[in-house]
Design a binder for this molecule. Sequence first.
Ligand code: SAH
Length: 203
Amino acid sequence: MLRRHLVERGISDLRVLEAMATVPRERFVGPDCRSRAYDDGPLPIGEGQTISQPYVVAWMAEAVELGREDRVLEIGTGSGYAAAVLSRIAGTVHSVERHAALAEAARDRLRALGYANVHVRQGDGTLGWSEHAPYDAIVVSAGGRRVPRPLREQLADRGRLVMPVGWGWRGQSLVRERHKGPGTFTREKLGRVRFVPLIGEAG
Ligand code: SAH
C-alpha cells in the first residue's frame, strides 16, 4: 500500500508515510472487509458511510501541513482511521461525528488501540468544537458546498483547513484554505475527490 498507492502517487512527507505504515487499517473495518483493508479504496463502515481511501487520507494529512505539537480538528470521525493517522503526526486530535453509533464505536476502538491523544464527540461538525478551539489544522472528511463559517472561525492564526468542496455527480474539489490574518483566507484547489456528504446546520 505504501509504495504502490502512496509513494508512487506523490505522497512524500515522511511523517505521513510513517503514520500510514503504523496505523492498522484492518482494525478500523468489519471482519468481512479485513482482507481488503490495504486496497486503495473506500470500504463500508455502517450507517451508509465509508472509511476513506488510504491515498486520500495520506493526501489530506500531507496537505494540511501538520507540526508535531499541532492541535487538529477533524470533522467526520467515521471509523476513526483518519483521526488515528493524524494523531501520529500532530499533538492532539479532536474529532466530531454526526452518527452516535459510529462515534461510540470509533471512541472504543481508538481507546483499545491506545490512541490516547484523540478525542471523539458525537455532534454536528459543521459547528466545529468550540471548547477546544483554536486549531492549527482542520480536516473535513465529508464534502459540502462551502466551508462552514464556524470552522473558519475556529482556525488559529496561520492555521490550515482542508475540505472537499462541491456538489453533485462530479464529486468535489479538495480545497486548502490558509488563515492569513483576521478574517482573511487564501484558497487553493488541490484536485478532484469524491466524499460522502457533510450534513449539518452550517454545511
Ligand atoms: N474519516 C473517516 C471517514 C469519514 S466518512 C474514516 O477515516 O473512517 C464521513 C463521515 O462524516 C461519516 O461518518 C459521516 O457520518 C460524517 N458526517 C457527515 N456530516 C457530518 C457532520 N455535520 N458532522 C460530523 N460528522 C459528519
